[in-house]
Design a protein around this ligand. Sequence first.
Ligand SMILES: [Cu+2]
Length: 204
Amino acid sequence: MTARQGTIPTGTPSGTVSGGNFSAARRLLAVAGVVLATLLAAAGPASAHNTLIESDPAEGASLDRAPDEVTLTFDQPVQRGAGDGVNQIAVTGPDGGQWQRGQAQVDGTSVTTALHPLGPKGEYVIGYRILSADGHAVTDEIRFTLTQHGPGGDEAPGQPADAENQADSDTDGGGVPVWVWIVAAVALLGVGVTVALRAGSGRS
Ligand SMILES: [Cu+2]
């Protein structure tokens, strides 16, 4: 202590302490910046919605034999969510009726639904709503055409009313979005830096 004061004639002890704490706060800020950058880099890929990369039947396919199920494959895992109906696939026929059978099943990046034996030829719309890896719901549709009458009857086993009932029971599923964690981390770091700066100014 005394030796140090001797080497810096114009400096005061309090000035030295204050300077030390200031650089400590700057170091903390730098660390906070690195942590933030790392968090954002890690969150980047996960914060994008799931994208449909493959389907069976394929988008725009013309089929002379009726498929007995529909499988949609995404670029990221589909969340199962809580309870039935979180992930839905509805297959609407040319008559407007519903041809899907039972609940859609999630298997990793794929969602599958069984079909009643399709009947009328014409365009079928596969509407889907799935829970993305990032916690958001993704909704879209693809189409295929049945060029020959299928083994089923002309009338869809499920009527359009079923689809409306399903839509009413919409839930957003569980899962905390990644951005919530980022905001929480930034808030915590902000508190830490503020406390460090106050501690520094309080001692000078
Ligand atoms: Cu999203």
